[in-house]
Design a binder for this molecule. Structure first.
Ligand SMILES: Cc1cc2nc3c(=O)[nH]c(=O)nc-3n(C[C@H](O)[C@H](O)[C@H](O)COP(=O)(O)OP(=O)(O)OC[C@H]3O[C@@H](n4cnc5c(N)ncnc54)[C@H](O)[C@@H]3O)c2cc1C
Length: 377
């Protein structure tokens, strides 16, 4: 658990090298233009860092959650928005993997091995985010098809996705037990993808609304039995929260590196600012948050890979890494002083990129809810 294997070390080193050479040098440009990092995603696919979760049974690498964490952290060290684009593919695919629907694996996951295809996880709606049971999208059975109607909001990768995982209500009166998961081809008639949202951070990541208007979805695209959708959507989080939290750890590592280097160079009152305990203790606190978060990610990942229930540790990892990266990047800006507030230096971008980790894949409040329910059960 505390030692990476030779293969894991090699994977992490390869992903970090990719982040250093291909991702970090472009991060500021992507932030300024908000362009989707297509060319670099294609390169990531070529070297085996993208869509590596596709099960071996359909020709993929069948990557474990632990290895997904290593890739996510390494790429987050380059650009958290870039790592999010890859992570959103995994989030969309995970309910499909968990459902064990082999026909859907063949039709939608297998092609992702051959080509750098994208996918998106469509759960949040304009009126329901944290309260997933409050979604309004419906799927009505008609012969051997379902007819989907509803609007989704804040969907990562939506503008580039070839297919969507969609959570809809097949029995609107039954709350969470009336929800069913579907895979919907992006080119289906009635799928309307909105404009790219102008977000605060992770600006290269593509976030949009998606509307489903009388979209015909064949029965074979249903994941599991009717009513199993909520379970599938949440089971996906047990596997993706460790990896998304690792993305935050990667971003935090970048911020800490920038802060350490700057504090050794910047002179004030005739000495490097690092010589003030007020600064060096901030660095120590940043390292504490970072290392503790990484260990929680690894624990949550190792547990789920070993077939153990990890919801508690996955939420702790997300809470620690999400709140931690916000503190770390805010302190990095503080250590840079006025220069930290300026776009000539990277830390203001890192601070903006950090904020979303307290919001998506369950807000920090929702993680506290999961953890406290576990403690009080
Ligand atoms: C950039 C970005 C990308 C995203 N990508 C995706 C995606 O790919 N797929 C997808 O489905 N969704 C995605 N989301 C949606 C995201 O998961 C939601 O925004 C998030 O879950 C919060 O939902 P909400 O925005 O509706 O806030 P709300 O649920 O309305 O919450 C508002 C505030 O109230 C707090 N709150 C709510 N309930 C409680 C409670 N019981 N106790 C204490 N506090 C509470 C929340 O923590 C938050 O601070 C994305 C969002 C963004 C901004």
């Amino acid at each position: 658990m505390f030692e990476l294997s030779t293969e894991q070390n090699e994977l992490f080193a390869m992903a970090k090298d990719f982040a250093d050479k291909e991702v970090w040098p472009r991060a500021r440009q992507w932030d300024e233009t908000a362009e989707f990092p297509w060319e670099t995603l294609k390169k990531a696919h070529e070297v085996g860092l993208m869509n590596a979760f596709v099960p071996e049974e359909v020709g993929g690498m069948g990557l474990h959650t632990f290895e997904a964490c290593l890739i996510s952290e390494a790429l987050g060290y380059g650009s958290a928005g870039f790592s999010t684009a890859l992570g959103a593919n995994e989030l969309a695919a995970m309910p499909v993997v968990v459902s064990q629907e082999k026909g859907v694996w063949k039709r939608f996951l297998a092609p992702m091995v051959e080509e750098p295809l994208m996918a998106a996880y469509c759960v949040t709606e304009p009126g329901a985010g944290s309260d997933v049971a409050g979604i309004k999208t419906t799927a009505k059975k008609k012969g051997s098809d379902y007819i989907l109607n509803g609007s989704k909001m804040w969907i990562t990768n939506a503008g580039h996705a070839n297919w969507f995982f969609v959570l809809a209500k097949t029995d609107p009166q039954a709350g969470a037990k009336g929800m069913t998961g579907f895979v919907v081809s992006a080119d289906s008639e009635g799928v309307i993808v909105g404009k790219k949202e102008d977000n605060m951070g992770q600006r290269c990541s593509d976030t949009r609304g998606v509307t489903f208007q009388d979209v015909v979805v064949p029965e074979e695209n249903r994941l599991g039995a009717e009513g199993k959708g909520f379970q599938l959507a949440m089971a996906a989080f047990d596997r993706t929260r460790p990896a998304v939290s690792s993305n935050a750890v990667g971003l935090a590592s970048r911020a800490l590196k920038c802060a350490v280097e700057y504090s050794k160079e910047r002179q004030a009152f005739g000495a490097p600012i690092a010589q003030n305990q007020g600064i060096s203790f901030m660095l120590a606190d940043m390292a504490r948050d970072l290392e503790a978060s990484r260990l929680l990610c690894w624990k949550a990942a190792a547990d789920v890979d070993a077939g153990k229930r990890n919801t508690y540790f996955a939420s702790l990892a997300k809470l620690s890494a999400g709140d931690g990266v916000m503190r770390i990047t805010t302190d990095a800006v503080q250590i840079f002083g006025g220069y930290g507030y300026n776009k000539e230096y990277p830390v203001e971008m890192l601070m903006r990129d950090a904020k979303i980790f307290q919001i998506y894949e369950g807000t920090s409040q929702i993680q506290r809810l999961v953890v406290s329910r576990h403690l009080l059960a």
